[in-house]
Structures are given as C-alpha cells and as structure tokens.
Design a protein around this ligand. Sequence first.
Ligand SMILES: [Zn+2]
Length: 245
Amino acid sequence: MLKHEKFKGIVIKTYPWKEADKIIIFITPLGKIKAFAPGIRKITSKKLGKLELFSYVYFMLESRKITLIKQVELIYAYKALRSNLHLFSRGCYLLELFNNLLEEREVNYEIFSLLKNGLKILEKENNLDLILRIIEYKLISYLGYKPITNCCVVCKSNLNLKYFNPILGGILCSSCLRKNNLYSVFIYPETLNLLNLFAKADLNIKIKIEEEILNNLKEILQKYIQNCSPKKFNSLDFERNLKSV
Ligand SMILES: [Zn+2]
C-alpha cells in the first residue's frame, strides 16, 4: 500500500534531475527531508513556483521506492529575500548552513522555528550580519555544539580569557594558549560578552555593535562552524565576493 504523509517545511535546496524532475530538500519540524518533484520543470506543472528556494509550504509525500512530492500548498514565499541581492545572499547562506549541519529526519522543532523566524527577521533588513551570527550561535547550540564561553576550555580558569580555539570549541586563557596556539583566534572582551548574551537573546535584539567586534565575532563563529561541519560552504564565498565588489 502507498504511504502518504503531510508535512510543512521550507525549501532549502533544489537541483534538477533527469529531464523534467527536481530533487527538493526541505527543513521541517521532523528534520531535513529530501524528495522528488516529478515533472516540475515542465511549464505546465502546478507545482512550478511553489517549490522555489525559501518557499514555506505544506506538502504531501508518497513513499514508493523513492519519495515523491504529490501536492504543494504555499504558506509564505519570503518574497523580500528574492528581490534584494543582499538579503538573497544572506538568506542563501542560512539555507546552506542548515543544509550542511543537519542530518536527514532528525526531529527538532526548535531548529525549524529558528530558520522560519530567522528568514522572517532578515526580511526586515535591520542588523543583517548580527542576526546571522545569532542564528549561527543558536543553531550550533541546538545541535549540541554550544561553545564553552564562561571559562577556559582547558584549565577552567576565568581569568585572562583572550583566545578562542575552534577545535577545542571554547575560549582559552593566556596560559593555556602556548600549548594550543594552532588555530586559536584572538577574542575581544566585547565579543565574548556577545557570545554569552546570544545564549539568552532573541532574534529581535536591538544593539549597536562596532564593525571590528562584528568582524571578530564572524571570524570566530565561522571558523568554529567550519570545524563542526563536514561540508565546505559555497555561499560564504558568495557573500565575500559580494562585499569586495
Ligand atoms: Zn586555561
């Protein structure tokens, strides 16, 4: 007997398959789901346009040898993210971040909400880079990689905390730096305060941060994420290229 299941989820990746089909990857409250959309690339397909990147949809799956997408209903399109290049590049980075770090069918409602609400906040166009950093921090924390930021990750001291080591997953004091110099990055006290704040902060947070601190925060979180993720990020390069234009 064919098994039908109904889900809600956000399209995070699509790629062509054979002549007229596409493979679609969703983030849902039940984890990452990959399915086939047969015939979707034909002009006459009713699903065309509903299964674009960022589309938040209800969808029905039919499980045969492969999993097919049978019905799609659009809930929200995140149109603002498609019409502005800066929002689009940051939105794509988030989709790639979630795709790289999540396993298939790993139930986690908090992670689904983080993506859904994170994209919504990006649409408001305020504090874009700070929002990305908070989402990164929360995502790695929900996945069990929360960095140690309240004491030295090696000796547990809370004095002279001046470095972050992405391999050890936390901050280092000056005395422990010598033995763990490789890959360690200098961390400003303000950056450390922000990391501690992110554990409690919601995505609507309104604070002004100097560019130097924001850059330090970005370097630390992205080195740590690269270390947690088995895959390389393409959209980080895209974002970088965009800024150098
Ligand atoms: Zn130490």
